[in-house]
Design a binder for this molecule. Structure first.
Ligand code: BG6
Length: 509
């Protein structure tokens, strides 16, 4: 039978606009924003009316910024070129640079003059800066009239993470921003929402009766969300030591995954309906008492060791990290979601650096069948639980684990996996994940961006862990190339469960 063809409505190009990037000479712009803009240009989604105005504290002109980006992306066309070279040639002509201090009024006056001079109606300001600048830049943009929308134009601001440092600071930042601009103008980025597999969770659930029909505490035993990384801290010591694994990954990335898994069906697919449901479920994550947080949260810090045959110095020997640092590089949490649908179903979350493999996955474990009605099968040989594994990255895909009869005279069951891998059907490897976020920013679709209430609900749920760890103690040590400290295994073991072995971890073993 012929494979069904992929049906996709033609997506129209983004409206004419200028993307003003604060932090244009930084890593994010070079590594993710620019490649995404090139991909969008190649797809015809950015036209000649689209311009970039980069702002950075370094001296330089348009050519300096263009050259920097080109040097970083040496793909210049030629044989085998898929249009990348041509797209870069077209886009690069419309990239401009301006030196400017993010705290200086003169910078904002100069940006205004440039936009006015070009007759720009639509502008999106992208804050690819250190987080201490988020609030002040938004204030200055508004004070200089840059956020005022003409009747036929838009003004939007995209804000990177980390959005706040804890509940109090996140609330203060929201208040500072929303005192100056409307929520409809604010696009809080969580780049996990740009990942195809993450967006696919909603489709998998709400597009399939077979899945959604069983998606509740009656059939589901537990949920695990893992984001294991092999990378260490690299040159980010200063940022990371003040942040730690919990703040860096949990209230944002992992909670976005949790919200996708646990939310109720929205009553439409528009941004507000979806964000209402995500907000509701994040608010339903139970706030642990100090004692429970101490019991249900595990923090770890990697020691010196080896990973993939390379020596890894201890976290505390990383440049710009305090030698006696108690910052965690690994975290595992047990959470409960207090809704009718999820009553009694634990959600186990873990993430960490220099672990055995890069595995970001969601594992939904179903309840086991109550009784094994197979003539010669002893009750204790009940088939194992069914599992649905969403492999977010790498090797994006979905796997369903079911039991079948093992061929032979004896009636014995054997677990098998039904696998779907994106790579077998689609080419998503060339996308950075920021394409959809940038395009949505320009067309004004806030679905994949976080709303103030969702951000605050996330921080509120992790605050008990932050508080109890701030009181003292040290993270548990773990070796590079492991899956975290023993205490993380004990967290599940005590509930009669174990962490799922991901694809990457299985290969690494
Ligand atoms: C970032 C964190 O937000 O996400 C990093 O600051 C982390 O520490 C990264 O490595 C993970 O993103 P991805 O897309 O590589 O899984």
């Amino acid at each position: 039978m012929a494979e069904p063809t992929q049906t996709q409505a033609k997506v129209p190009p983004a409206p004419p606009a200028t993307l003003v990037i604060f932090g244009a000479t930084g890593d994010l712009t070079r590594r993710l924003l620019m490649p995404s803009l090139i991909n969008l240009t190649r797809e015809g989604l950015l036209t000649d009316d689209f311009h970039v105005l980069g702002i950075g504290i370094e001296e330089g002109d348009d050519e300096m910024l263009r050259k920097r980006i080109a040097d970083f992306h040496p793909e210049k066309g030629g044989e085998g070129d898929t249009g990348h070279g041509a797209a870069w040639d077209a886009l690069s002509q419309r990239i401009h640079y301006m030196k400017g201090d993010f705290t200086d009024d003169a910078t904002f006056e100069a940006v205004k003059a440039k936009l006015d001079e070009a007759g720009t109606k639509n502008a999106a300001f992208y804050l690819a800066t250190a987080s201490q600048f988020f609030g002040p830049i938004v204030e200055k943009l508004a004070d200089h009239g840059l956020m005022a929308e003409a009747e036929d134009g838009f003004r939007r601001v995209a804000i990177e993470k980390p959005f706040g440092h804890d509940l109090v600071s996140a609330k203060a930042l929201n208040a500072q921003i929303l005192a100056k601009v409307a929520e409809t103008q604010v696009y809080r980025i969580d780049h996990f929402l740009g990942k195809e597999t993450v967006q696919n969770i909603m489709t998998a659930r709400f597009g399939n009766m077979m899945i959604e029909g069983l998606w509740n505490a009656n059939f589901i035993d537990s949920v695990q969300i893992t984001a294991a990384e092999t990378v260490g801290i690299g040159t980010r010591g200063k940022f990371y030591d003040a942040t730690g694994a919990l703040r860096d990954m949990v209230p944002n990335h992992l909670f976005q995954l949790l919200a996708m898994v646990a939310m109720e069906a929205p009553n439409s697919f528009d941004a507000e309906a979806i964000r209402d449901e995500k907000g509701k479920v994040l608010k339903a994550v139970r706030h642990w008492t100090a004692e429970q947080a101490a019991e249900d949260g595990v923090r770890g810090q990697f020691t010196a060791g080896t990973l993939n045959d390379a020596d890894v110095p201890a976290y505390t020997d990383t440049p710009d990290v305090a030698r006696d640092s108690v910052t965690e590089t690994f975290v595992a949490l047990k959470l409960m979601v207090d809704t009718w649908r999820w009553a009694g179903v634990p959600f186990y979350l873990r993430t960490g650096k220099v672990m055995a493999a890069r595995d970001t996955e969601i594992v939904v474990t179903f309840r086991r069948v109550p009784f094994a009605q197979f003539a010669s099968t002893a009750q204790e040989r009940r088939p194992p639980a069914n599992r649905l594994v969403v492999q977010v990255q790498p090797d994006e895909g979905l796997r369903m684990e079911i039991s079948i009869k093992q061929p032979g005279l004896e009636v014995a069951t054997v677990p098998v996996g039904l696998d779907f891998r994106y790579a077998d059907r689609f080419d998503i490897s060339k996308l950075t994940g920021y394409e959809t976020l940038l395009y949505d920013l320009l067309i004004g679709d806030q679905t994949l961006f976080q709303r103030a209430d969702g951000i605050e609900a996330g921080w509120a749920a992790v605050q008990p862990f932050l508080d109890v760890w701030a009181e003292g103690g040290r993270p548990e040590p773990y070796a590079p190339g492991s899956m975290g400290p023993d205490a993380a295994d004990a967290l599940l073991d005590r509930d009669g469960r174990a962490w799922h072995v991901g694809v990457g971890e299985a290969k690494a073993r």
